[in-house]
Design a protein. Structure first.
Length: 358
């Protein structure tokens, strides 16, 4: 099956990243989605000298504010017969695309500029890493996981989003076909953001759990996390305004106040780093989730003793870097060979691929 993926790599792309940017020259672009993907995309467009007229976002809280010097508007600020290109920059873009078409908008694009710039459609990388990809495919435990890997690779080779549509699952971080939960779970939420997954965990176990460790380095997100978890007993939870990593220390951080904040040499803030092995004391993790914007490999190295001693269930985001798709599952297996590996995907684009270890 994988052979057919690699044969595609020698075929010509329909539209390359530079070609698409060039096609927008002398056009006006409205970016649909004022989240992390949209903000990154606007940065790319402005750097290339392309006129960005506005963000479009359905969230009233965001409307009328300015991000990167670009105002956020409601959709009705643009007429359906606008000559602006509407570039959709949200994870589940197909739903937005259908809605816009039903309303009569015609100049709609969904080219994945941000992921292209990050190298996700770099065919040479896939060719170079064939051995690791084949090794991962052989390790995956079920047909669903193998289909997820195959279709993501097909998409990355062709930029055909129909491959992604075939593999979208529900219940992110709580896949009932892979593992269940018991009444003494100790949950580690790496990248707790504002508490959404943490609360989903509590709901899943019906409030019956042993302990929660939560880690969120972005100070604005952490403030919201504190507010949103006030109902949880401090005897059953500890929150850290820090990032999980391979070691303790401090590092530069690009704090955006949203779900896309990340470690960066150019970051304007210093954040604390913690290795999970040094944090875990009385309460031993039984389930670890990591969604930490590209620092997942470092965090796994910082919990290698915990993985060996406790063998917790794992849910590791595997989409922040192009090579995460295969490197993170293989790293889990190297750190603790007893893990069985699964893979699921949760959006209509390349975001939200999760590797599960059991």
């Amino acid at each position: 099956m994988l052979d057919s993926v690699f044969r595609l790599l020698d075929k010509k792309k329909e539209l390359s990243y530079p070609d698409y940017l060039e096609s927008l020259k002398n056009k006006r672009v409205a970016v649909y989605g004022a989240g992390g993907v949209g903000v990154s995309t606007v940065g790319i467009l402005l750097d290339y000298g392309i006129k960005v007229t506005c963000f479009i976002d359905d969230d009233p809280v965001k409307q009328e504010i300015s991000i990167e010097g670009v105002t956020v508007n409601a959709l009705n600020s643009l007429s359906p017969d606008t000559e602006d290109v509407i570039l959709i920059c949200v994870p589940n873009f197909s739903e937005v695309e259908k809605r816009l078409m039903a309303l009569g908008y015609k100049n709609i694009h969904s080219y994945p500029l941000m992921m292209s710039k990050k190298g996700f459609y770099d065919r040479s990388l896939l060719k170079e890493k064939q051995e690791e990809i084949y090794r991962l495919y052989a390790l995956l435990e079920d047909d669903v996981s193998k289909a997820v890997l195959l279709n993501i690779l097909y998409h990355r080779a062709t930029m055909d989003f129909s491959y992604i549509a075939k593999i979208k699952s529900d219940n992110q971080y709580f896949p009932e076909d892979i593992f269940g939960f018991h009444s003494r779970e100790c949950f580690v939420d790496g990248g707790a953001y504002r508490g959404e997954t943490l609360q989903a965990f509590i709901d899943k176990v019906k409030g019956d759990f042993e302990y929660i460790y939560g880690f969120e380095p972005d100070r604005r997100n952490f403030s919201m996390l504190i507010q949103n978890t006030r109902h949880i007993s401090p005897y059953k939870m500890k929150l850290f305004n820090a990032g999980l990593h391979s070691h303790e220390g401090k590092i530069s951080f690009n704090s955006l106040g949203n779900s896309a904040s990340f470690i960066s040499e150019d970051g304007g803030e210093l954040i604390a780093l913690l290795a999970l092995d040094t944090v875990v004391k009385e309460f031993k993790p039984s389930y670890i989730k990591l969604d930490i914007e590209g620092a997942e490999a470092d965090a796994l190295l910082g919990m290698k003793n915990t993985l060996k001693a406790c063998q917790p269930k794992l849910a590791i985001s595997s989409y922040h870097k192009p090579e995460d798709l295969w490197e993170l599952p293989l790293l889990i297996k190297a750190l603790e060979p007893s893990y069985r590996l699964y893979m699921r995907h949760y959006t209509h684009d390349l975001h939200e691929t999760v590797c599960y270890g059991v």
